[in-house]
Design a protein around this ligand. Sequence first.
Ligand SMILES: [Zn+2]
Ligand SMILES: [Zn+2]
Length: 185
Amino acid sequence: MTVDIKELLAGRTCGMDLDFSFRPELGPEPPVALAGVVFPEDAHASGRIAGPAGCLRLTLSVTVPWQGECARCLTPVSGTLEFGMERTVAEKGTLSHEEEIADYSDEYLIAERGMLDLTPSLSDAIICYFPEKVLCSPDCPGLCPVCGKPLSGGDCGCKKDTHDPRWDVLRTMRFPDEETPKKSN
Ligand SMILES: [Zn+2]
Ligand SMILES: [Zn+2]
């Protein structure tokens, strides 16, 4: 999403409303938290760029519908990520300490020849605000290790400590970092 802010930079207007939909673009290698997450609908942003030409400020409210699956029980989970974004907007070459700005990209947005590309900042913000782990509920108990059913649906009736004789030999094995064989429980 690129916005033409020439009128603002020239001081011919002091505010510009923004209201647009966009496809979240997370690049070819999204962070682990977003692996497997899809965006079934366009995300939406609305807000304003306003202020005197030398001191433009962007404020945006962003909503991002998403779908994924619970990291523990694989149940499909969907939700809407909502966050606010604020940046100081400046034309390239007009800030005295511009070379430092790469380090402050969560504070500044730099326009080039009056065009402001919002996509990289929106993508960064989505990655930053997205939950570290998608879970169907914060205390999801995961899957039954025996039958693979989600334990959130109630007890599946499996005996969780079933004794598999094939592993008996391992129980009696000594490992180099162990003084005594593991006591079976
Ligand atoms: Zn779950
Ligand atoms: Zn089970």
